[in-house]
Design a protein around this ligand. Structure first.
Ligand code: ADP
Length: 523
C-alpha cells in the first residue's frame, strides 16, 4: 500500500540507495582492481553503456586500469597528463563532461579511438574532497545523458575505492617502516599485554633474553627469574617493582636502572623506560625499552678505581717523600750544609708540585663527571677571602696580598671549600706570574645581583690570543717553558664557578698585568 503511494522519484532514490549500499560492501571487501572491474561492468549492465573504462591518477598522469565493452580495446593502456586532452581535463572538473558524437577529437590520446562511434561519451571525475583521483568514462545510449545520477554513484564509489587503496598502501608503508625501526633498534623493546604477558619483542631483545629462556607469553615473574632482573643496588626485583609492572599500572617510567644478572654470567646494566599503551583510551598493555649501558657502567667503574688509585696509592709515597725530604733539609741545615739543604728543599718542592698536579687531575675528573656535589650554604665571602689569604703561599707572598671589600657580602649561597679552591687558584697564579715586589689585590663587590670577586696582579700579562682559551682544559701556553702546572687550575676554577651558576673571565695587558673575575649569583 505505502509503496504504491510513494512518488516515482522516491522509488528511484531508494533503488539508487540500495545500489550504493551493495557497492559500498563491495568496495570495503575487494582489492582495488576487482572493485573497478565490478564498477565498469555495472555501468554496462545497469546503465546500458556499450563501453566503460576507469582511469587512475598516478604522479600527475591518468592511466587506464580497466576497460570493458565493445570498444574496450581502443582504451586499454591509454594514458595522459592530468589537465590534458578531453579525459585529462574532465578529471579535474567537479561535474561530468558530456561529449556528443561529433565532439570527440580523433587525435585525442585517450578517447581518439571512440571518434567514429555514433553515441555520446560521459566523462566523470573521481574525486575525494577537492582532490582528483581519476576518471570514469562511459559510451552511453543517446537518451541516457539526461540523467547520469547512477553513473555519479559509480564514480563516487570508485573514488572511495581508490582513496581506500591509497590509505591502505600508506598504512602498509608506515607499518613496514615502523617494523624496520622496531627490529633494527639496538635497544631491547618489549611489549606486554594487559595481563602482563610478553606479547612482542624486537630482535635485540630476543637475542639477549632468548639465551635466558625467556619467550613470548611469559609473565613478568617468569622474566624476573629467568633473566635475573635486579635493581641498581643489586637486589633481585619483585615482579611488581619492575618498570614493566609500573608501566602496566599506568605510570610513565623514565630511565629506571635495572640489571640482568645470571650466575656465572656477566652483569648487564640497562636504563629502562616504560609507557602504558593506549588505543582509544583503553589500556592495552605497556611497552618498555631497555638501553644497554654496560659499557658506560664499566667505564665508570674503571674511572672510579683509577681515581682512587691515583688519589691514594700514588700520593701516599709522595707524602713520605715530602716528609722525609723536609726532615733531611732540616737536618742538613742544622749541620750547616747549606748547599745540600737547598737540594733537599728542591726534592720537597717538586714533590709538592707533583702532589698538586695529581690533586688537579683527580679534581678535574670528579668535577667533570658530576662526582662532586656542591654543598651550598649561606657564606660570608669577605670572611672566607680574609681567612684564605692567611693560608696561601709563603710569608713574603702573603705580604703582597691586599683585600678590598667596600661592602659586606654575607649570605652568598656557595660551597665554601670549593669556592675557596677557585679563588686560591687565581691567587696563586697572580703571585706566580708577577714580580715579588708587586701587589696582588683581591676585590669583592656586588653588581646586578652577583657577588664579584676579582684578583688583580701587575705581572707579565696574557697575550690577547691566549685570553679566550685560558679556562680550557690543559691550556697552558707557557707550560713547556716553565713546567709549571698542567693547565688545569683555571679550568677547575671555571667548573666550580659554573656549578654555582656563575661565570669566570679575565682581562689582561701584556707587561702590565691581569685581572681575573668570578661572578656568583647572590640569590
Ligand atoms: P696552571 O695550573 O698550569 O698554572 P692554569 O689553568 O692555572 O694552569 O693557567 C693556565 C695558564 O694561564 C698558565 O699557564 C699561564 O700561562 C696563564 N695564566 C694564568 N693566570 C695568569 C696570570 N695571573 N698572569 C699571567 N698568565 C696567567
Amino acid at each position: 500500500m505505502t509503496g504504491e503511494r510513494l512518488p516515482r522519484r522516491t522509488g528511484k532514490d531508494l533503488q539508487l540507495r540500495a545500489i550504493r549500499e551493495i557497492l559500498r560492501a563491495t568496495v570495503e571487501a575487494l582489492p582495488l582492481d576487482e572493485i573497478l572491474s565490478v564498477i565498469a561492468n555495472m555501468a554496462i549492465i545497469v546503465f546500458d553503456a556499450s563501453t566503460s573504462w576507469l582511469m587512475v591518477k598516478e604522479d600527475a598522469r591518468l592511466r587506464t586500469v580497466v576497460s570493458r565493452g565493445e570498444l574496450a580495446d581502443a582504451l586499454t593502456g591509454r594514458e595522459c597528463a592530468v589537465g590534458r586532452g578531453s579525459a585529462g581535463a574532465a578529471a579535474t572538473r567537479e561535474s561530468p563532461t558530456i561529449l556528443e558524437p561529433g565532439d570527440v577529437d580523433p587525435a585525442d590520446v585517450v578517447i581518439g579511438g571512440l571518434a567514429g562511434n555514433a553515441k555520446p561519451v560521459v566523462l566523470l571525475p573521481l574525486r575525494a574532497g577537492d582532490r582528483s583521483l581519476g576518471l570514469l568514462g562511459c559510451v552511453v545510449p543517446p537518451d541516457a545523458t539526461r540523467d547520469v545520477s547512477f553513473l555519479l554513484i559509480l564514480a563516487e564509489q570508485a573514488a572511495t575505492a581508490v582513496e581506500t587503496a591509497e590509505l591502505r598502501e600508506e598504512s602498509r608503508t608506515w607499518r613496514q617502516r615502523l617494523d624496520a625501526v622496531f627490529e633494527q633498534m639496538s635497544e631491547l623493546v618489549l611489549v606486554f599485554d594487559r595481563e602482563g604477558r610478553l606479547a612482542l619483542m624486537n630482535s635485540s631483545a630476543a637475542q639477549v633474553l632468548g639465551q635466558t629462556g625467556v619467550h613470548l607469553g611469559d609473565s613478568i615473574a617468569d622474566l624476573v627469574t629467568k633473566a635475573g632482573l635486579y635493581s641498581a643496588d643489586g637486589r633481585q626485583l619483585s615482579p611488581e617493582e619492575t618498570a614493566i609492572a609500573r608501566a602496566l599500572r599506568g605510570e610513565r617510567v623514565e630511565s629506571a636502572e635495572e640489571r640482568l644478572q645470571r650466575p656465572g654470567g656477566m652483569t648487564r646494566y640497562f636504563l629502562v623506560s616504560g609507557v602504558p599503551l593506549f588505543t582509544d583510551r583503553r589500556m592495552e598493555g605497556a611497552v618498555v625499552v631497555w638501553r644497554d649501558i654496560s659499557e658506560l657502567r664499566r667505564a665508570e667503574q674503571f674511572r672510579d678505581e683509577y681515581l682512587s688509585l691515583v688519589s691514594h696509592d700514588l700520593r701516599s709515597p709522595l707524602t713520605t717523600v715530602m716528609g722525609m725530604g723536609d726532615w733531611l733539609r732540616r737536618m742538613l741545615e742544622r749541620k750547616g750544609l747549606k748547599k745540600e739543604a737547598s737540594s733537599a728543599q728542591a726534592i720537597v718542592t717538586s714533590a709538592q708540585r707533583m702532589n698538586a698536579m695529581i690533586q688537579d687531575l683527580v679534581d678535574t675528573v670528579r668535577l667533570e663527571s658530576g662526582y662532586i656535589e656542591m654543598h651550598k650554604q649561606p657564606t660570608d665571602l669577605v670572611q672566607l677571602v680574609s681567612d684564605l689569604v692567611g693560608r696561601v703561599g709563603t710569608v713574603q707572598d702573603r705580604a703582597r696580598i691586599k683585600v678590598e671589600a667596600p661592602e659586606p657580602l654575607t649570605q652568598v649561597p656557595v660551597d665554601p671549600d670549593r669556592i675557596e679552591r677557585a679563588i686560591v687558584n687565581l691567587l696563586t697564579n697572580a703571585l706566580k706570574y708577577s714580580a715579588p715586589d708587586t701587589p696582588v689585590v683581591i676585590r669583592l663587590a656586588r653588581r646586578n645581583g652577583d657577588a664579584i670577586i676579582s684578583v688583580t696582579d701587575q705581572g707579565i700579562g696574557i697575550p690577547p690570543e691566549d685570553l679566550p682559551h685560558l679556562f680550557e682544559r690543559f691550556y697552558s701556553p707557557r707550560a713547556g717553558l716553565k713546567a709549571e702546572g698542567l693547565g688545569l687550575g683555571l679550568y677547575i676554577t671555571r667548573l666550580i664557578v659554573e656549578a654555582h651558576g656563575g661565570r669566570v673571565w679575565a682581562e689582561s695587558q701584556v707587561g702590565k698585568g691581569s685581572t681575573f673575575y668570578i661572578a656568583l649569583p647572590i640569590a
